[in-house]
Design a binder for this molecule. Structure first.
Ligand code: SF4
Length: 356
C-alpha cells in the first residue's frame, strides 16, 4: 500500500469514526476559529480529552474571544484553569491574548515564525493553528503522532536530539502534505488516542495496519521506546496562618520556586534541621510573638509539580489577633476554595477542614 492510499484510508476512517468534541465543528472541512483551536490545544497538552471538555466549555463561555481574555485579570484566568495543572500555560495564554489584542487587532498571525514568537506557542501549537484554522500544509507532532510514527517505521528512538527530532518532523510533514492537511493531522491525533493506544493498540481496526511494521510484526509493545522519567523528591512545609477572625494569609511571590506569581500559601523547603516545633523559616511570614498556638497536621500533602514529587507537612498556625483590615492577601477561610487556583494549596486547606 502506498502512502497516498494510506492517507485516503485514514481520512475515510476519521470521517466515519471521529468523536464529537466541543472544539470540533460537525463539518470537518470547515476552517476553525483559531482562538478556539489555540485554547483547546493548550488545554489538551498533558491533559486527557474528557478532563478538558468541561474546562473548555466554561472557558469559551466566559472568554469567548481574544479581547475578553485580554481584559480579564490574571487571578480569574488562573481560577478558570484550576484542575488543569501546569499554570504557566494559563499565564502564557493570558499574555498572548494581550499581545494579540494590542498588536494584531485580536487576529492570529498566519505564519509559523510569527506564531512561535508568541508566549506559550511552540512548534506543535503553531502547526495545529495553521492546520486546523487556516488549512495550511503544516505538520504537527505530539505524543500520539510520535507513537504512531515509531510503530509504523520501527523507530527505536524518541525525538530527543536534533537528528531524531528532524526525522519525526519530516515524517509529520510528509503526512501533512495532502489536499486536506487539517483532516490528516486531526485523524492521526484521533487514531493515536482511540486505536494506537499506549497499551494494547487495536491494530485490527486500524486503517494503517497494512503499512505498520510494529503492528504486522506484533511488536507494538516495544515501540516507541520508553522514556526515563526522573522525578525528583521535594520535601516542604506549607503554612496555614489563620487570624482570630478566620482569615488565612495568602502570598504572591515573584521569586518563589513553585507557584511563582500565584496566590498561594506560604511554602518553603523542609530542612532536616527542623523539629516538630515552629520552623525558623516560618518567621518570614509570622513572628513567634504573634502566635497563639500551632499544630502540625498528622498527614502530609502529596502533589506533583512538573518533575517534582512533593511531600509537604502542613502547619496550622493560629494568631492572637485579627487580620489587618482591607488587606486582600488575607482570605476569609470560607472563601479559600475560590481564592486559590492551585491544587497543592487546596489539598492543604482540605486537610485543615477535615481536621477541624
Ligand atoms: S496498526 Fe496498530 S500499532 Fe500500527 S498504527 Fe495501527 S494501531 Fe498503531
Amino acid at each position: 500500500m502506498t502512502k497516498t492510499e494510506a492517507k485516503i484510508l485514514l481520512k475515510k476512517w476519521f470521517r466515519q469514526h471521529h468523536a464529537h468534541l466541543p472544539w470540533r465543528p460537525d463539518n470537518l472541512n470547515e476552517k476553525r476559529n483559531p482562538y478556539f483551536v489555540w485554547i483547546s490545544e493548550i488545554m489538551l497538552q498533558q491533559t486527557q480529552v474528557e478532563a478538558v471538555k468541561k474546562h473548555y466549555e466554561n472557558w469559551v463561555k466566559d472568554y469567548p474571544d481574544v479581547f475578553t481574555l485580554a481584559r480579564a485579570n490574571e487571578t480569574d484566568v488562573l481560577l478558570h484553569w484550576q484542575g488543569l495543572g501546569y499554570y504557566s500555560r494559563a499565564k502564557n495564554i493570558h499574555k498572548t491574548a494581550g499581545i494579540l489584542a494590542e498588536k494584531w487587532n485580536g487576529k492570529f498571525p498566519q505564519t509559523r515564525p510569527e506564531l512561535e514568537a508568541l508566549p506559550g506557542i511552540g512548534k506543535y501549537t503553531a502547526g495545529a493553528i495553521l492546520s486546523f484554522a487556516f488549512h495550511q500544509k503544516e505538520p504537527i507532532l505530539d505524543g500520539n503522532l510520535i507513537r504512531i510514527f515509531s510503530r509504523l517505521h520501527l523507530f527505536d528512538f524518541l525525538p530527543a536530539g536534533k537528528k531524531e527530532t528532524g526525522i519525526y518532523w519530516n515524517e509529520a510533514a510528509n503526512w501533512a502534505h495532502d489536499r486536506e492537511p487539517h483532516q490528516i493531522n486531526e485523524a492521526l491525533m484521533e487514531l493515536g488516542r482511540v486505536l494506537c493506544k499506549v497499551q494494547n493498540p487495536l491494530c485490527g481496526q486500524c486503517p494503517l495496519q497494512k503499512i505498520c511494521k510494529a503492528g504486522m510484526q506484533k511488536r507494538t509493545a516495544e515501540f516507541p521506546p520508553k522514556k526515563e522519567t526522573i522525578r525528583e523528591n521535594w520535601s516542604g512545609v506549607i503554612l496555614v496562618i489563620e487570624s482570630t477572625d478566620q482569615k488565612i494569609l495568602s502570598i504572591r511571590e515573584s521569586d518563589a520556586r513553585f507557584l511563582k506569581n500565584q496566590r498561594s500559601l506560604p511554602l518553603f523547603e523542609y530542612s532536616k534541621a527542623h523539629t516538630r516545633g515552629l520552623p525558623g523559616a516560618a518567621e518570614k511570614w509570622v513572628s513567634p510573638e504573634a502566635i497563639a498556638d500551632y499544630q502540625w497536621l498528622s498527614k502530609p500533602v502529596r502533589h506533583s509539580i512538573t518533575k517534582f514529587k512533593m511531600e509537604c507537612g502542613v502547619l496550622h498556625i493560629r494568631l492572637k489577633k485579627k487580620a489587618p483590615k482591607n488587606n486582600p492577601m488575607w482570605v476569609p477561610r470560607i472563601q479559600t476554595s475560590n481564592a486559590f487556583a492551585n491544587k497543592l494549596c487546596l489539598k492543604a486547606l482540605e486537610l485543615i477542614e477535615a481536621q477541624s
